[in-house]
Design a protein around this ligand. Structure first.
Ligand SMILES: [Zn+2]
Length: 479
């Protein structure tokens, strides 16, 4: 049996598989196959034909489909046994209850259902949020949610999002808050290009896509207020470019001969920026503001992400999901969707819960809906959740675990795999008749107890440094 380095915790595959029947039962599994219509996105249920999965002949109207026949659309295998969203819901419920990794459970479910491709059950929105939240030191739990939705815009593009459905992202905060690095990370997640300053010719080359072969999906700029003073065009580009197609005249040297000519370049598209001083009000209604707080290790913590597969993994997930979304959505369909009474009611609910302005709320929800995310659920969980104070019990369990593993410490610091520690904590909480710590609460508790994290392979390693030892009342006891 494969055991993890730390040598404890019910996280190995054989034990996880014991949870699969629970997941299927919860999802209401039966002998059926689920197909998604690539034209309308509806999931259609079919029975097995001679024991084999066979796609439907028509996108069934009585199941909410578009009535197109198999000649006019294509059906992709979505899941077996239960509809994909019920399976997903069951996976997350069981993961939350049992303190297991939803990603690992999902892999087990996919394997046991022999799903083809494996791309149908990518990481959930919540997992992407947690992954990003683990890597960047945000001051509020909703910040990684906003950053992810912003970054998705550039992968969806004007094929899916209507012309004026586009938001900027701006980081504010003092010098040591890591806002420059946060800007670079956002730009990278969006597949964009940073304008590093220099000359007007350099900006033109970026907009033309001289280096990359195509215009950038997004633009990033550090300290826009300072750079705009050196390069007046920058201000114009940012002022006019908060839509998908926005031509802006830029003076360039003539291709042949002397003198200058004016060329009109598309400067539209998502942008991420930060200000050295206060943000400009003019951009505010269509700009998502994320305030970064000063942090001793801010630069280091965000820098770590660059050497880390996490950034790439999150970006690849966004790109893949957006690719699927483009099969289902057009900007015209999105416009119709966004003018429906139901959508407008959701924008108002979001605004009450999470005041960001109706315009931004509508853009964020449009991005969410195109990608099939569940940002409203994730937002209500993170923003409204009241955690009961089982912190003292967790603290005692972690102190005990720390003591048990002190002999394996590295440079005086105990390091243990995150998944193992989380599982062990829940195992012992259960033993004591206490509720387990859910996957979404766990990172917050770790932070409150000063436990640092670092990436190791596909997992996260917990480091019990001085802050954690102090929080666990272990100061001075490590080797
Ligand atoms: Zn259809």
């Amino acid at each position: 049996m494969a055991m993890t380095d730390a040598g404890f915790g019910p996280m190995n595959k054989a034990l996880r598989e014991a949870y699969l029947p629970m997941i299927y039962q919860l999802a209401g599994a039966k002998d059926a196959v689920y197909w998604q219509c690539i034209r309308c996105g509806t999931v259609i249920e079919t029975s097995l034909v001679n024991g084999r999965p066979t796609p439907p002949a028509v996108c069934a109207e009585d199941q909410g489909g578009c009535k197109r026949s198999a000649d006019d659309t294509k059906f992709e295998l979505a899941s077996r046994g239960a509809p994909p969203e019920r399976l997903e819901e069951a996976i997350r419920t069981v993961a939350g209850q049992e303190g297991l990794s939803p990603a690992l459970l999902r892999e087990d479910v996919a394997a046991s259902l022999s799903l083809s491709g494996g791309g149908t059950l990518g990481p959930s929105f919540e997992e992407l949020v947690l992954e990003l939240g683990d890597a960047v030191h945000f001051s509020r739990p909703q910040d990684p949610i906003l950053l992810l939705l912003w970054a998705c815009q550039s992968w969806l593009g004007p094929d899916v999002l209507p012309e004026r459905c586009l938001a900027y992202l701006a980081f504010t905060g003092p010098k040591s808050s890591g806002k420059s690095t946060a800007t670079e990370i956002a730009c990278a997640l969006a597949g964009g290009t940073m304008i590093s300053g220099g000359s007007e010719a350099a900006i033109r080359a970026i907009l033309d896509g001289d280096e990359t072969g195509s215009p950038p999906r997004a633009l990033g700029i550090d300290e826009i207020d300072v750079k705009a003073k050196q390069l007046p065009d920058l201000e114009g580009i940012f002022r006019t470019g908060n839509r998908w197609k926005a031509e802006y005249p830029i003076r360039v040297p003539k291709a042949e001969g002397r003198g200058w000519e004016t060329r009109r370049l598309n400067v539209g598209g998502p942008k991420v920026l930060n200000y050295r001083t206060d943000p400009e009000d003019a951009l505010a209604s269509r700009t998502i503001l994320i305030e970064m707080r000063p942090h001793r290790d801010a630069e280091m913590i965000v820098r770590r992400l660059f050497d880390d597969p996490a950034l790439e993994r999150v970006r690849d997930s966004l790109e893949a999901r957006a690719g699927d979304a483009k099969e289902r959505w057009t900007s015209k369909r999105m416009e119709e969707h966004m003018t429906s009474a139901e959508f407008i009611a959701r924008v108002e609910r979001l605004q009450a819960q999470f005041p960001r302005g109706l315009q931004l709320g509508a853009i964020l929800l449009a991005v969410n809906d195109a990608l099939g995310f569940d940002a409203e659920d994730v937002i209500s969980k993170y923003v409204a959740e009241q955690r009961e104070d089982s912190l003292q019990a967790v603290r005692e369990i972690l102190a005990a675990l720390h003591e048990e593993h002190t002999k394996e410490s590295v440079d005086g610091e105990v390091r243990m795999a995150n998944a193992d520690v989380h599982a062990a904590v829940n195992y012992r909480l259960k033993d004591g008749g206490l509720p387990p710590v859910s996957v979404r609460e766990w990172p917050r508790i770790r932070r409150e107890l000063g436990i640092e994290t670092t990436r190791r392979g596909r997992g996260l390693l917990l480091i019990f440094g001085p802050a954690a030892r102090k929080a666990l009342e272990l100061e001075g006891s490590a080797a």
